[in-house]
Design a protein around this ligand. Structure first.
Ligand code: FBP
Length: 548
């Protein structure tokens, strides 16, 4: 296989580990924990994994040094650093005992159910150290949530003598990891389940988890591209660039990119919801800024749009909630089957309330169709398929025509559209993600050695140098509450949305008027892997502001 010069040089990068993980460790246990909400219900659903203590690893004589076979699964969307979680886990289990083995299940959770696996040997692992992507074993979005799947899983785990399974995924996948941990514990199957916090979306974070891996690299990649566009924009001075950024639900990616690049406009879905804005309100907000800049002679600019925006517009959110209910078959809890799209849309229109029907019919046809049709396996609307950037620029152009007729706008409006998502999900991990991920994987091996199950691997204090990072584990039940999903109440990990009273958003609000009126662009340039630490080893601005 031909490799790029960077790939060759990067292969020999030795990710940094927290000091605590460099020697033999023991678990220091804190107080029993509670779930973030619905405590009685969660305790009842997870009798074996509820209330466990938070763990911190400290130097000490390790308990288990026996060889152990471990399985690993990559679940959901790709995020930079997944290969380093696996290489950290591999090095960790081998350091416990060189006869330990690591098996990878192919193409996500489906690999466990279908008994599709491979042993990950050092030759294979070495090919993937510090690289982006999930291609070492592939990923998938199969939901692990049914007893039959758990039972199929235990067959292969027994056959391979696997005693612990590490599931690398986002909030939904870690929720399912917890359900699996509980099931195997209740059945006394002797298989531990450990989760690792992955998602570029940055919405799997809380008091215990500082950030999900991949967020850092993905945001830096998008910010490089936005910076390049802004330089072009400020050179040609003739286009407004509408840039949609991935992040299915929360706006963390858009906000972080705004902090890095200082665009003229950045929409934050959580604020749109909080202010009860309609689609028209959002359009007027953008059009007013376009007009103000035009009055200063600046017929150009940049608008960052979070992928999930549509879902946060209150009227549309209400509509989606009802769509999710009517599209679920109450008898099975599964999505209803239709022979074609037209049949599905007709069923929707005949079964939703008149309020929601009015909202649906007020939307451009392509958006309305998308909302009624595809769901991902977790029942989420596939917002990445809705072209919000084009929808908004079309509506802004119309609004500007009206404003022109009213004498409120003098200028030219010409738009370009971009959607950045897949461009960043498999980027070579930044030093931050390379180190963080390797530490998460290595740390998972220590949770396994301590016999823990139903825990997520956590690394904290990551704004400090890696030496000072704190390693440990958090019971997954601690992050759970009950939410309505697919027409049913389910225990799930609470998603972290952008907090409007949090430091990153407050910083943005304090600067956005200046960034809108003036041209204050910042050009971050590409991720640097070698060079001065202030260039190479910085975490996200979001994390810095949150921790400061
Ligand atoms: P995860 O939550 O699984 O990490 O995936 C995140 C994400 O990248 C979202 O930002 C995006 O909406 C979605 O995946 C796209 O999914 P797909 O890869 O299936 O197109």
């Amino acid at each position: 296989m031909v490799k790029s010069a960077l790939q060759i040089a990067r292969a020999s990068y030795q990710p940094k580990l927290p000091k605590a993980l460099k020697s033999s460790v023991v678990a220091r246990e804190g107080e029993p924990t509670k779930s973030v909400g619905d405590q009685d219900k969660i305790r009842e659903l997870f009798p074996n994994t509820y209330g466990l203590p938070v763990i911190e690893f400290v130097p000490g004589e390790a308990h288990n040094q026996e060889p152990i076979n471990v399985g690993v699964i990559l679940s959901g969307g790709q995020a930079p650093g997944g290969h380093n979680v696996i290489s950290g886990l591999f090095d960790g289990v081998k350091s416990i005992n060189p006869n330990s083995k690591l098996y990878g299940f192919i193409l996500g959770p489906g690999g466990l159910v279908d008994h599709n696996y491979m042993e990950l040997t050092s030759d294979i692992i070495d090919e993937y150290r510090n690289t982006g992507g999930f291609d070492i074993i592939g990923s998938g979005r199969t939901k692990l949530e049914k007893v039959e799947q758990f039972e199929k899983g235990i067959e292969i785990l027994r056959e391979l003598n696997i005693k612990a399974l590490v599931i690398i995924g986002g909030d939904d996948s870690n929720t399912n990891a917890c359900v699996l941990a509980e099931y195997y514990a209740a059945k006394k199957y002797g298989v531990q389940v450990i989760g690792c916090p992955k998602t570029i979306d940055g919405d799997l974070k809380n008091e215990q988890i500082e950030t999900s891996f991949g967020f850092d690299t993905a945001c830096k990649t998008y910010s490089e591209l936005i910076g390049n566009i802004q330089r072009d924009c400020n050179s040609a001075r003739k286009y407004w660039h509408f840039i949609k950024l991935m992040g299915r639900s929360a706006s963390h990616i858009a906000l972080e990119c705004a902090l890095q690049t200082q665009p003229n406009i950045c929409l934050v879905s959580e604020e749109v919801e909080h202010k009860n804005m309609s689609l028209d309100d959002v359009v007027c907000y953008i059009a007013d800024i376009v007009a103000t800049r035009a009055a200063d002679g600046n017929n150009f600019g940049t608008v960052l749009i979070p992928e999930g925006l549509i879902e946060f517009i209150p009227a549309i959110k209400k509509l989606i909630r009802e769509l999710n209910e009517v599209l679920t078959d109450p008898a099975t809890g599964e999505s209803r089957e239709f022979t074609n799209a037209d049949e599905q849309i007709a069923f929707v229109k005949g079964n939703i309330s008149s309020d929601n029907l009015a909202v649906l019919e007020s939307l451009p046809e392509d958006v309305a169709r998308q909302l009624c049709l595809d769901r991902d396996p977790h029942g989420n609307v596939q917002v990445s398929l809705i072209e919000t950037e084009k929808l908004l620029s079309r509506m802004v152009a119309n609004r500007l025509k009206t404003m022109k007729a009213e004498g409120k706008y003098v200028g030219k409006f010409s738009a370009q559209h971009h959607f950045f998502g897949y461009e960043g999900r498999c980027a070579a991990p930044s030093n931050y993600d390379a180190d963080y991920c390797y530490s998460l994987g290595y740390n998972a091996s220590r949770l396994i050695a301590e016999g823990k199950t139903g825990y997520m691997s956590i690394i904290k204090n990551t704004t400090a140098p890696a030496e000072e990072w704190i390693a440990g584990g958090v019971p997954i039940t601690m992050m759970m509450n009950i939410e309505r999903r697919n027409g049913a109440d389910k225990p799930v990990i609470r998603k972290a949305l952008v907090e409007l009273d949090g430091a990153p958003f407050r910083y943005f609000v304090a600067h956005r008027e200046e960034w809108a009126r003036q041209t204050s662009y910042v050009y971050p340039g590409p991720i640097q892997y070698f060079g001065p630490t202030e260039v190479c080893d910085q975490c996200t601005k979001t994390l810095k502001l949150e921790q400061s």
